[in-house]
Design a protein around this ligand. Structure first.
Ligand code: SF4
Length: 340
């Protein structure tokens, strides 16, 4: 009930196109590192120029401090605490990622993160289970080994990720502490809907014997990461119908060095909105002049005024603005809590 109320308040401010907000972000995202061990074709990490940009790892101490301040400033009631450890890099490349999860769990956050799955070894999973740390992990996969290793991983990586996913699913069923989302990447290289469906069914079949209430399968919808990545074979977008992007009203995204960016698509990053490690209250960032300018530009239908948003297709992507898709997003925000 409290979650619905919070969503309604954020939604009200979004629909009113408020520039300064009274409601805190519904979700906090923190990037443990912007370094990745994969070079997926559909990710900016595949661009050598992207890899030469500044990179690093957040310390668990900084992470704990951000989580504590977010709890104090935004979420005094633990029921509203949600953190996603997902942005540009692979979180497990930060060798101290377990301490991030520990801090979030201590502070009663609902935890989720995306991972390529390669480093999610048994020992890592077992140590989280033995500490009773509850989390939701999202991993991209496909039934086709060659395709996976061509567009996503490297030679031998398919089998490793497959085994790691099987173990995660097994533990999800046994413990109720783990929630696994597996996203099929077939839509990246297959266009015909019938073949996409067949691949999706094949992928689920691979894990058929391990189905549990904690496991879900999805098809990945690809985008260009705010104009950073070329999506081969995609038609040009119809830019005649503009819709207001919700991210600056709902999410706060923090990169590995504490910088805040508009959303999960700005991976370069192109637009900075402040640094959470340099302010006393996180409200100073959430209602900063930079955030207000971002909301203003988007509310006035002028994303071109913001570097990150200039090339972004989200306001024009009709598949993301259907009633069905929006309902699914709201449901996943409210129901996939990982909290009993
Ligand atoms: S318009 Fe695109 S780049 Fe800008 S905040 Fe929204 S999703 Fe991010």
């Amino acid at each position: 009930m409290k979650g619905i109320l919070r969503l309604a308040l954020n939604g009200f401010e979004y629909l009113r196109k408020r520039r300064k907000l009274k409601s805190p972000p519904m979700q906090l995202s923190i990037e443990p590192t912007n370094i990745c061990n994969f070079r997926c074709s559909f990710c900016p990490q595949s661009d050598p120029g992207h890899r030469s940009s500044r990179s690093g790892k957040m310390s668990p101490e900084s992470c704990r401090s951000i989580l504590e301040r977010a709890a104090r400033d935004f979420y005094p009631d633990p029921v509203h605490r949600k953190v996603s450890f997902t942005h540009d890099g692979e979180p497990l490349v930060n060798g101290r990622f377990r301490e991030f999860l520990e801090a979030a769990s201590d502070l009663e956050y609902i935890i989720k993160f995306a991972s390529n799955g390669y480093l999610v070894k048994r020992e890592f999973v077992d140590s989280l289970v033995s500490s009773r740390i509850k989390f939701n992990i999202c991993v991209d996969f496909t039934s086709d080994r060659m395709i996976f290793e061509k567009f996503r991983g490297f030679a031998g990586s398919y089998q490793v990720v497959f085994q790691n996913l099987r173990y995660l699913m097994e533990k999800a069923g046994e413990t109720g502490l783990i929630f696994v989302d597996v996203c099929d990447i077939s839509p990246y290289y297959i266009r015909e809907p019938g073949r996409v469906e067949a691949r999706f069914a094949e992928m689920q079949e691979l894990f058929g014997g391990l189905g549990s209430p904690g496991v879900r399968f999805h098809r990945r919808i690809f985008h260009s990461m705010a104009g950073t990545v070329e999506l081969p074979g995609r038609d040009r977008l119809d830019r005649s119908k503009y819709r207001l992007c919700p991210y600056p009203w709902f999410n706060l995204n923090v990169t590995w060095n504490g910088d805040v960016v508009p959303c999960c698509r700005d991976l370069t990053p192109k637009t900075l909105l402040g640094n959470v490690l340099e302010v006393d209250s996180l409200w100073e960032i959430w209602n900063s002049a930079e955030y207000v300018s971002l909301r203003e530009a988007l509310a006035e239908g002028e994303p071109q005024r913001i570097d990150a948003c200039r090339e972004c297709e989200l306001p024009y992507e009709s598949s993301r603005w259907t009633f069905r898709y929006l309902l699914k997003t709201v449901r996943s925000r409210l129901l996939r809590s990982g909290r009993k």
